[in-house]
Design a protein around this ligand. Structure first.
Ligand SMILES: [Mg+2]
Length: 128
């Protein structure tokens, strides 16, 4: 496996909230390169449970989830904790979604498809 020494997050835990199989595979492969500890939630309720039960250093949050929406997850996270970086990522850019995400406390907004390098640079910005 390619070594990415610049992006070594072996002491960090990243919660990935994502319900699409191809995206889950992308994040899994990308984050394995960084040695980060990863938690995966495929719906909002699971995401909230995992966030509450673990010390999470960063959240990668899909907005379009089958049950509880990404906005509800973001609202929950910010009601508990104002500092954990949250990167919202979505495939469907609806009018106002980015602004609403930022108003609700998201640190960054990425549209899919996400390039590996921009993901890693983003993680680096918030985790180091
Ligand atoms: Mg989705």
């Amino acid at each position: 496996m390619e070594k990415l020494e610049k992006f070594d997050f072996n002491d960090k835990t990243i919660l990935v909230v994502e319900d699409t199989e191809t995206s889950i595979r992308f994040f899994d492969a990308a984050l394995k390169k960084t040695n980060a500890n990863t938690l995966f939630a495929e719906d909002g309720d699971e995401a909230i449970k995992l966030f509450d039960q673990n010390k999470v250093d960063l959240v990668l949050l899909d907005l379009n989830l089958f049950t509880t929406s990404g906005f509800d997850v973001l609202k929950h996270i910010r009601s508990k904790d104002s500092t954990t970086p949250v990167i919202v990522q979505t495939a469907y850019i609806l009018s106002g979604e980015e602004q609403l995400s930022r108003e609700m406390g998201a640190n960054e907004f990425m549209s899919k498809p996400i390039k590996l390098n921009s993901l890693l640079e983003s993680l680096n910005k918030f985790l180091r």
